[in-house]
Ligand binder design. Structure first.
Ligand code: NAI
Length: 328
């Protein structure tokens, strides 16, 4: 079975070729992202394998269907970039990797929290230049702080367990509540209570029509002054313009992002020789209390091996006419 990959990076090839030795698919790796201009590159391939910034909107799906595509295999957990209704209408099935390593994202969340708090990113540069002054580097003890987790699924819960180890008080808002979380000592509260009471707020819900810009002018006003806001979920959970206003006023004291709502034009590429046109993103980079990584939270060798394995199993189930359990 032929499988065409979009947005391929060298590490995708390494991990998929290794795992595919046990599956025997014919893998075709395209570097370009999927969009309306590249959909027609798929020939004689019933399966396409997509990543987070490949755009499978209705127009693209129509083109994929015309090229004979029957399965979209997402090599990621989030599926906000696929028009599921359009896929259904064209008889294209969609599978994803619902869980690979929640530890990868949770641990990166902690990396952002710790670096922002203790200003490690600034200290690193200072020391390299022989500047050992501590002015401006003061942090706070995480012990005893209240952390609000917006979305308490697999990643949210691992994040909670780690934060428990620091001695944090944990609040959560989720549309579903589970007993395991209560046993961990996490207190479920309303969204307003979470925003009011948290010193640190971390986003771990999926991007859906309900969560689009869940952090906006109104919800930012409900937060404690100087709050630390972390987003390793999806960029459009935050209204970036609104958060910039809140950074300027001091309402948001720290911002840690691994995702950005317009990231598809930026992330995963080396743009260091180009003039970046996104003024909103460039404004974010000017704040000393903003730390941005380019969607790397998932990027551990454990996660990549697990993603490749589950994706190949998903495709195998399709090729054998069965279901993997990871269908959307
Ligand atoms: P999950 O499905 O286990 O958990 C998501 C939780 O969010 C669930 O408990 C769900 O009930 C809750 N939720 C759904 N709608 C909500 C709403 N309107 N308000 C509050 N809570 C809501 O997913 P998992 O594995 O924990 O991943 C969470 C998100 O993290 C993914 O959807 C994805 O967007 C993002 N992610 C980011 C990665 C990165 O590299 N930065 C890598 C992997 C995932």
């Amino acid at each position: 079975m032929n499988v065409t990959f979009f947005s391929t990076k060298p590490y995708d090839i390494t991990f998929f070729e290794q795992i595919n030795a046990d599956f025997g698919f014919t893998l075709r790796f395209l570097k370009v992202p999927l969009d309306e201009t590249t959909a027609e590159l798929v020939t004689d391939s019933p399966v396409v394998c997509l990543f987070v910034n490949d755009q499978a909107n209705a127009a693209v799906i129509q083109k994929l269907a015309a090229q004979g595509v029957q399965l979209i295999a997402l090599r990621c957990a989030g599926f906000n970039n696929v028009d599921l209704e359009a896929a259904r209408q064209h008889g294209i099935r969609v599978v994803r990797v619902p869980a690979y390593s929640p530890y990868s994202v949770a641990e990166h969340t902690l990396a952002l929290i710790l670096a922002l708090n203790r200003k490690t990113h600034r200290a690193y540069n200072r020391v390299k230049e022989g500047n050992f002054s501590l002015d401006g580097l003061m942090g706070f003890d995480l012990y005893g702080r209240t952390v609000g987790l917006l979305g308490l699924g697999k990643i949210g819960k691992v994040t909670a367990r780690i934060l428990k180890g620091f001695g944090c008080h944990l609040l959560a808002f989720d549309v579903m509540e589970d007993e395991e979380a209560r046993q961990l000592g996490i207190e479920y509260v309303s969204l307003v209570e979470l925003l009011n009471q948290s010193d640190i707020i971390s986003l771990h819900c999926p991007l859906t029509p309900q969560t689009y810009h869940i952090i906006n002018h109104d919800t930012l006003k409900l937060m404690k002054k100087g709050v630390m806001l972390i987003n390793t979920g999806r960029g459009a959970l935050i209204d970036t313009q609104a958060v910039i206003e809140s950074l300027k006023s001091g309402q948001v004291g720290y911002l840690g992002l691994d995702v950005y709502e317009e990231e598809s034009h930026l992330f995963f590429e080396d743009l260091s020789d180009t003039i970046i046109q996104d003024d909103t993103f460039m404004r974010l980079l000017t704040f000393p209390n903003v730390l941005i990584t380019g969607h790397q939270a998932f990027f551990t060798r454990n996660a990549l091996a697990s993603i490749a394995e589950t994706t190949c199993r998903n495709i195998q189930a399709f090729s054998q006419g069965t279901v993997s359990g990871n269908e959307l």
